[in-house]
Ligand binder design. Structure first.
Ligand code: FES
Length: 359
């Protein structure tokens, strides 16, 4: 590690959650539409505040249990795979290279704006792969946060990108956007149908077989339970049935959260119960009627949608507001009637090869 790259890591560490959010907000118009929502979802999947709480804790394992973290929540274990649902992931290797080159030349000016740094790196990567910089902007900000939550060594040494890139199709952004916006006509007599309308829910846009069907106004999690493409439980113990982990089916455990890549407007609006729950879990803090983060046991499909399934779940929203990790450790666990999460083990790590997850 050079002095310059060390200074760059320090520059990233200097940015707090508000600074990252400002960068995300100011860059949003410059991120190609195909990755605008995906980038936002990724940042919800890997919150800096949760990472900092664990990093600064004297007993991260106990804190993780307190926060009911299950599955693979550590970005360090999924450096190359976490953003695979972004279109820009096909340029991940070049983006990482551009980040590392920037780090090696960093002038040490900590007053730089994160958004400007992202722009510069995205333009460098765009020249290499010969595409518009808007296709690299979201993935570049993701790469910078990945570096922030890991290390230069972990970031540069991870080597999964090539295998993942091979899985991508040759689809153009416009084609992907068309598919996300697609509505299913239900045949020539579709207008007569009510209860028996069926909608496709895709959970890996890079694979044709990664989809299931929801009957009209059925909860996403219920449709997922009929998906038998894999032995889901063997891949991830949280997946008791289907590709989406579920426990309570009542907005009480937070296991079933998803990101909505396309078709958010075709889901039922959040109920008061779901709106309160997703904030308490810590997944998203919004009063939007149809946010990009939902609970699959609550959100009902009224059209075709494309979703992303995160690799972990937890219950940390109100705990992050309590202050220091020491305070969190002394706080009582939330009260609900489901089993307390066991500590994540190697064998429990989510298999990320078959699913459009946050990893
Ligand atoms: S399954 Fe518990 S919140 Fe959805």
């Amino acid at each position: 590690m050079t002095d310059r790259s060390t200074a760059f890591v320090s520059f990233l560490s200097y940015q707090d959650s508000a600074a990252w959010q400002r960068a995300l907000d100011s860059l949003a118009p410059d991120i190609h539409e195909v990755d605008r929502t995906a980038t936002d979802i990724w940042f919800h999947f890997f919150p800096l505040d949760l990472f900092l709480a664990l990093e600064q804790s004297d007993d991260a394992d106990t804190l993780a249990r307190k926060l009911l973290l299950e599955g693979e929540y550590r970005l360090a274990a999924q450096v190359d795979t976490s953003p695979r649902f972004l279109y820009g992931h096909r340029f991940w290797a070049e983006t990482k290279q551009a980040v590392l080159e920037y780090a090696n030349k960093f002038d040490g000016n900590e007053a730089r704006e994160l958004a400007n740094v992202t722009h510069e790196i995205a333009q460098t990567a765009a020249r290499i792969v010969k595409v518009d910089a808007s296709l690299l902007t979201g993935i570049t900000l993701v790469a910078l946060m990945t570096l922030r939550q890991t290390s230069l060594a972990a970031f540069s040494n991870a080597t999964d990108a090539k295998a993942i890139r091979a899985m991508h199709t040759n689809k153009q952004p416009a084609e992907i956007l068309r598919e996300r916006a697609r509505d299913e006509g239900q045949g020539i007599l579709g207008f007569l149908r009510t209860e028996d309308k069926k909608w496709t829910v895709r959970y890996d846009e890079s694979r044709k077989d990664r989809r299931f069907t929801c009957i009209n106004s059925e909860e996403i999690a219920s449709g997922a339970a009929r998906d038998h493409h894999e032995d889901w439980h063997a891949l991830d113990p949280r997946r008791s049935e289907g590709p989406i982990p579920v426990q309570c089916r009542a907005a009480a455990c937070g296991t079933c959260w998803i990101g909505v890549l396309g078709g958010a407007e075709k889901l039922s609006p959040v109920s008061r119960l779901e709106a309160t729950a997703i904030k308490e879990f810590g997944y998203i803090n919004t009063d939007e009627e149809r946010p990009t983060i939902r609970l699959a046991c609550m959100a009902q499909a009224n059209g075709a949608v494309s979703i992303v399934i995160p690799t972990w779940n937890g219950f940390f929203g109100k705990y992050l507001q309590t202050g220091s990790p020491a305070q969190m450790l002394s706080t009582e666990l939330p009260g609900y009637d489901f089993p307390v999460a066991s500590q994540t083990t190697e064998s429990q790590t989510t298999d990320t090869t078959n699913i459009q997850t946050g990893a």
